[in-house]
Design a protein around this ligand. Structure first.
Ligand code: CS2
Length: 493
């Protein structure tokens, strides 16, 4: 059996190694959310920055809930293999940017956040992980972590509670605040997190809230790299690439993108070294990615899963569903204002190539998770714009109907699937029943979910009801094919 990966000098395989000595660089970043995405994206780009420009920018990476990954990484001194795959083969590198990990330990997390050497805090905690109420933009009073942390603000365990407690302690100690960089797929993610943090602080101490609003920067960022969950194959390939056993290996696609608003009063790593783009306004990039990549992803996750397609690449191999993806990308692109240097048709073509990547096994079930947290920015926000502009809404209505059908928690062969969603109960109650209009009504009545502009629009309601009725009566495959039955609207790609 191969030795465990614990030092760069252990590596005997073809994997590339960082060009810096990890021990020579201190920690400058705390990351919340030590998942596969963080290791495939921010940590890898920080590794590139360290290799090129050095600096004390290694990462203390926190797993807020699970212990497994953090423990596996701790046993490897934070080292792990990152594998990039496509039809040409695989390439591996060992990443050394993570100096240490913290496993489900709020007190240790708070201490790490208070380290004066820490100048940036990055986050990938998923859309639902913030405890921010999207309707008010402030902390969600129904969120269990928010409630608990408001009661014991000195011993917080949730994201808002930890950030506010750390900022308060730093202020009291006369240490400068850190910059907070949200890396989740949410619109205006910097302002979003700023609203949650200042709102939480305001409930405890308005003076602290004002200080945070004045002194803490919350730049927005758009992140992109398709990263499926690691499997046994990931670990086997990591061993072939490094000659070591690696329990924390991650696999991903070659493509990577990070667009960041350049507002880091206390400095930042040279993430340009990994290809990051620094811009004055991230919003148009974020909107493009959320509506095109993530919107098409969600549509194909629901329609694909219900058509028996396990992976995104299988969806793309199905001509009818692939045509839906192409249509969806076109409809989403039509809602975007022009963006300098971006050709949305090229971007759509590139996305389809990425979705087709035969070496990436990205489960439709993984993307289908947390629909109530994803649909608003991916599907309903562009649908509202399309309605306003008198554009075609069918693609968004179809995606919505597919999601509603998925929320039943049982597929078309009668097999049950988990509805992994913070609002699972309400969603499955709304999804029950055979009458498409009644089901659609029930979803549209759920509070703080589908925007009123859609709820109250007759054309939208008719389009969703029509799609859902076809899905319920004839099945997902027939519904997906429906629009293309005449063949005229689909051109070969
Ligand atoms: C996916 C994203 O799981 C999902 O909802 O749409 O994780 C997607 O793979 C990434 O945003 C790609 O950058």
């Amino acid at each position: 059996m191969s030795p465990r990966l614990t030092r760069l000098s252990d590596v005997t395989g073809p994997a590339a190694l960082p060009a810096y000595d990890p021990a020579a660089h201190g920690v400058g970043i705390v990351h919340l959310g030590l998942g596969a995405f963080h290791r495939a994206h921010q940590a890898a780009m920080t590794d590139d920055a360290l290799s090129r420009d050095g600096g004390d920018w290694r990462i203390a990476s926190v797993s807020l809930r699970s212990r497994d990954v953090a423990a596996a990484m701790a046993a490897q001194n934070g080292l792990y293999t990152l594998i990039e795959r496509d039809e040409a083969g695989m390439r591996g590198r060992v990443v050394a940017a993570i100096a240490r990990t913290i496993a489900a330990d709020p007190a240790a997390t708070l201490d790490a956040l208070c380290d004066p050497g820490v100048r940036v805090v990055t986050l990938t905690v998923t859309e639902k992980g913030y405890g921010i109420d999207r309707a008010t933009g402030g902390p969600d009073p129904e969120n269990a972590a928010v409630r608990a942390d408001l009661e014991t603000p000195d011993a917080p365990a949730g994201v808002l509670g930890l950030l506010v407690a750390a900022l308060r302690r730093r202020r009291e100690a006369g240490a400068a605040p850190f910059t907070v960089l949200c890396c989740d797929n949410l619109p205006h993610n910097g302002a979003f997190l700023r609203g949650g943090v200042t709102g939480f602080a305001r409930r405890l101490d308005p003076d602290l809230a004002d200080w945070i609003a004045r002194t803490v920067a919350f730049p927005s960022s758009m992140v992109d790299r398709i990263t499926p969950a690691a499997t046994g194959a990931t670990r086997r390939d990591a061993e072939a690439l490094t000659g070591c056993t690696d329990e924390a290996a991650v696999e991903t696609e070659p493509f990577v993108q990070w667009v960041i608003e350049d507002r880091f009063p206390r400095g930042r790593p040279a993430w340009e070294a990994g290809g990051a783009l620094f811009v004055a306004d991230v919003d148009p990039y974020e909107r493009m990615k959320l509506r095109m990549l993530n919107g098409a992803h969600s549509m194909m996750a629901y329609a694909g899963f219900l058509s028996g397609r396990e992976f995104v690449r299988d969806v793309m191999a199905d001509a009818v569903l692939a045509a839906r993806v192409r249509d969806h990308l076109g409809a989403a692109a039509a809602t975007l204002a022009p963006l300098d240097g971006m050709d949305f048709a090229d971007y759509a073509a590139q996305l389809q190539d990425r979705f087709r990547n035969p070496a990436i096994a990205h489960r439709t079930a993984q993307i289908a998770m947390d629909g109530s947290e994803k649909m608003p920015q991916r599907i309903w926000s562009p649908a509202c714009d399309a309605l306003d502009a008198g554009q075609d809404i069918d693609a968004f209505a179809f995606a919505t109907a597919a999601w509603m059908r998925y929320c039943r928690g049982v597929d078309e062969t009668g097999k049950a699937h988990d509805l992994n969603d913070p609002r699972a109960q309400a969603l499955s109650a709304a999804a029950a029943g055979e009458d498409a209009e009644a089901v659609s009504d029930a979803f549209h009545r759920l509070p703080n979910l589908i925007p009123p502009a859609l709820r109250d629009d007759r054309a939208w309601r008719a389009a969703v009801g029509g799609s859902l009725s076809t899905i319920l009566r004839h099945g997902m495959k027939a519904a997906a094919a429906g629009r293309h039955a005449g063949g005229g609207t689909v051109s070969d790609n």
